[in-house]
Design a protein around this ligand. Structure first.
Ligand SMILES: [Zn+2]
Length: 115
């Protein structure tokens, strides 16, 4: 599996390619955990991928380092958007699309209940 660089994400798998932030290799334990996570993803998007991101077992014990890395490299927040530019690709992240839709729905519901 090819590993390429993108500053717009911590890591992301698109087809057979894994994109990682070029500074990620400076954090070997986090790098290893993230590569393991990305390799577990399927080549398209399935319920397995959704569960993988929801539980995120591979990053257990690395969460603090992961968020610190994101804060140190704020462009990686672009990778949380449902649509982001990663390498030469425009990547759609169905998991984030679902999370964002649910968040918007819950906020709307909360406001409607409050009014
Ligand atoms: Zn994932």
């Amino acid at each position: 599996m090819k590993v390429k660089h993108s500053r717009n994400t911590v890591a992301c798998k698109i087809g057979e390619e894994i994109f990682v932030h070029p500074e990620l290799h400076k954090h070997p334990e986090l790098y290893k955990a993230i590569i393991k996570h990305e390799q577990s993803h399927t080549h398209s998007f399935s319920f397995k991928d959704f569960l993988l991101d929801l539980t995120n077992e591979d990053l257990k014990g690395h969460k603090k380092e992961y968020y610190k890395f994101m804060l140190r490299h704020p462009r990686t927040f672009l990778g949380l958007l449902p649509l982001s530019k990663v390498g030469p690709y425009w990547a759609v992240d169905p998991t984030m699309l679902i999370f964002m839709s649910l968040t918007v729905a819950l906020i709307t519901l909360y406001w409607k209940v409050k009014l």
